[in-house]
Design a protein around this ligand. Structure first.
Ligand SMILES: NC(=O)c1ccc[n+]([C@@H]2O[C@H](COP(=O)([O-])OP(=O)(O)OC[C@H]3O[C@@H](n4cnc5c(N)ncnc54)[C@H](OP(=O)(O)O)[C@@H]3O)[C@@H](O)[C@H]2O)c1
Length: 329
């Protein structure tokens, strides 16, 4: 495993990490979660990602039970939660969502209970909250850190401007600002990381824990001939995700990538994830998996990345043609 410093912090995260969105509680039970987290940990993964909204709190409950059973040295891994969406779904009342001091504090306390831990290594603002003053959010995160309940705080899918505004507030009042962002990043979704955040990386510095490195599985090639049973796009309630990704032009690109992966003798999934971690602005790519074979294949992306030289990267660009166009002179 390779470890990278999370942006401008001393925290080292494994370049491959493991997350629970969709899978925990909805698709897999405690025994599979136990097996997958065990495989990840044994391969050197030291970051496990979660959120209050995943399976409406049940994903954190499941991860908490597994962590308790594993009884790994708490100093050997990091665990996160994210607040914004609440965990009561349609039953959410005012103050049970968002980034107010009240919700952030309560969401943190609830996540600690569900995960059965004394502190969160990372605590993310899962989306920007357009209704809460940024000062309140930064102060609330700073206080959670002062109380020892959170070690580092970050954002997810914030704009570059919102992140810089949080830094401005932190600098103004001498508070701890955000040190990490969790954006989507994969071969088909590149703008935030490769364009919008460029200035943030250069000025205040920022780690990234990128999500959906396989575009929910599309970039494994598994959907090239339709939707297999027991796959994410076939799940009830996930039509929005299927509609987002199952598009002819995207499937054409994925099929093109499949040919290249074949030539290189690596799997599509390993090549797609390998491509993500070749970007030095990626601290860690969060893997998702519903079975052992998938996770093992995805963990092999470190070896795949080693085989991907400039010529291969150029071939990939020619196939996907998704590189953001930046101004040149
Ligand atoms: N901050 C945010 O807003 C946000 C949003 C989304 C995710 N996340 C985080 O990022 C993590 C990863 O995201 P993700 O789950 O969307 O990642 P992903 O890698 O894009 O998709 C993972 C899913 O693809 C399928 N898959 C994975 N490896 C495969 C392989 N080798 N062959 C075939 N199918 C494979 C599995 O689903 P099936 O077996 O069901 O097909 C698996 O659950 C999440 O767990 C969560 O922690 C954060």
């Amino acid at each position: 495993m390779e470890y990278r410093n999370m942006g401008r912090t001393g925290l080292q995260l494994s370049v491959l990490s493991f997350g629970s969105w969709v899978s925990f509680h909805k698709q897999i039970d405690d025994s599979v979660a136990d097996e997958l987290m065990g495989i990840a940990y044994d391969h050197g993964v030291n970051f496990f990602d979660n959120a209050e909204v995943y399976a409406l709190g049940e994903s954190e409950n499941m991860m908490g039970r597994v962590l308790k059973k594993k009884n790994w040295d708490r100093t050997s891994y990091t665990v996160s939660s994210k607040a914004f969406f609440g965990w009561r779904g349609k039953e959410n009342k005012p103050n049970q969502t968002g980034l107010s001091r009240k919700h952030l504090t309560e969401a943190c306390n609830e996540a600690l209970k569900r995960l059965q831990t004394d502190y969160l290594d990372l605590f993310f603002c899962h989306r920007p909250d357009k209704k809460t003053p940024i000062e309140e959010t930064v102060w609330a995160m700073h206080h959670l850190i002062q109380q020892g309940k959170v070690l580092y705080w970050g954002t997810s899918e914030w704009s570059g401007v919102e992140i810089m505004e949080a830094h401005r507030v932190a600098a103004q009042y001498g508070l701890i600002g955000p040190s990490v962002e969790q954006p989507q990043y994969n071969l088909l979704e590149r703008n935030k990381l490769e364009n919008e955040y460029q200035m943030v990386f250069k000025t205040v510095g920022m780690g990234t824990t990128i999500w959906s490195p396989l575009a929910s599985g599309l970039l494994s090639g598994k959907y090239n001939d339709g939707i297999p049973e027991d796959s994410r796009f076939g799940l009830t309630g996930f039509d929005w995700l299927k509609d987002r990704w199952m598009k002819d032009d995207l499937l054409q690109k994925v099929k093109g990538l499949a040919g290249l992966a074949n030539e290189l003798g690596i799997s599509m999934a390993a090549m797609s994830i390998g491509w993500c971690i070749k970007n030095p602005n990626v601290t860690t790519a969060i893997l998702g998996a519903t079975r052992k074979e998938q996770l093992l294949e995805n963990l092999s992306s470190l070896d795949a990345a080693a085989k991907m030289d400039d010529a291969v990267m150029k071939k990939i660009e020619d196939i996907v043609q998704t590189k953001p166009v930046l101004p040149e002179f």
